[in-house]
Design a protein around this ligand. Structure first.
Ligand code: GLN
Length: 305
């Protein structure tokens, strides 16, 4: 298996040069396009890794399923679903709804920015600092890594330049979907996106979804299995944004990408996979990362369809 991973990385290395590192968050432009790493954790406890799997990057949108899990744990499914819907958007991650039609909670999806910003308001805590700390704690627990923290430079960089997200948050506020101070909510969202992880962390987090809520090492139940079903379904339909259909056909597993170059893939009952390569395709998904997953899925019959 280790050999297979090495082989796939070598085969896909040329694709690292075809993507573009995100620049709209200035700090992310410092990413090294040559990086490529993978970590696979299997349900029998064995793990396999290759390339730059230890290298840290910001989690970006891969935090969205964790945000959703915490919102579900804090409020239950009915409450969350009434406030952030589940229909795929088929649109880019930062799409803005500027039609005259009233914006309703069922138009939101937790895997795109607008829905994720709304979800920050569903996390319990006396202030947004506490809410973020609770999200960070859950991320550490799911990854089995107490050392996970945030990349302050990326946080400040996005806070300074993230005006499209600011616009999305004001639109949510205009339609009374969020009530709190926009800057407080965005600080929580930007910090969430700036959590620093590596491929192993993503594989561990993905594994909990593959095992329907169980801890990768201890078998302890971390969240109810119905929440894993809920999150996995949404990852399948919207985890790769407007590339989700193609990804479902070509790879066929629930997955979440982030503009830091990470992809977390969930192979139900079988494995959690973390991949990192910062060159992105036009939809903001790791280009080489998808190529690796496509080949791995074929070789190991991973598609759930
Ligand atoms: N922090 C990023 C943003 O809001 C996350 C987007 C992503 O990873 N697709 O733009």
């Amino acid at each position: 298996m280790e050999e297979l991973l090495e082989e796939l990385l070598e085969e896909c290395r040329p694709y690292t040069q075809q993507g573009n590192v995100a620049t709209y968050i200035p700090e992310l432009a410092k990413g090294d396009p040559n990086d490529l790493g993978i970590y696979v954790l299997r349900s029998d406890g064995r793990h396999y890794q290759a390339g730059d799997y230890k290298k840290c990057f910001t989690i970006q949108s891969v935090v969205k399923p964790i945000l959703l899990l915490l919102a579900l744990l804090d409020n239950g499914e009915e409450y969350v679903r009434a406030r952030v819907g589940v229909e795929a958007t088929g649109k880019p991650f930062d799409a803005i709804n500027v039609t005259d039609q009233t914006l309703l909670s069922e138009h939101l999806n937790p895997m795109v920015n607008m829905g994720a910003i709304a979800m920050c308001t569903l996390i319990k805590g006396s202030d947004y600092n506490e809410r973020f700390q609770r999200l960070l704690e859950l991320t550490r627990t799911l990854a089995g890594n107490p050392n996970i923290g945030i990349n302050e430079d990326v946080f400040l960089s996005e806070k300074r330049t993230g005006n499209k997200n600011r616009a999305l948050a004001f639109l949510l506020k205009n339609y009374n979907i969020i009530q709190d101070d926009v800057e407080d909510v965005l600080d929580c969202y930007f910090k969430a996106c700036s959590i620093s992880v590596n491929s192993k962390d993503l594989a561990n987090i993905g594994f909990t979804l593959a095992s329907r809520g169980k801890h990768p090492q201890t078998d302890e139940r971390l969240y109810p299995s119905q929440y894993a079903h809920y999150v996995n379904a949404i990852l399948t339909t919207c985890g790769m944004y407007d590339g989700s259909g193609e990804f479902a056909v070509n790879v066929g597993v629930p997955a979440k990408s982030g503009v830091g170059g990470g992809i977390m893939a969930v192979v139900p009952t079988r494995m959690g996979i973390g991949i990192f390569s910062p060159g992105l395709d036009a939809k903001g998904n790791s280009l080489a990362g998808i190529q690796v997953l496509q080949r791995l899925a074929k070789r190991m019959y991973l598609s759930i369809f």
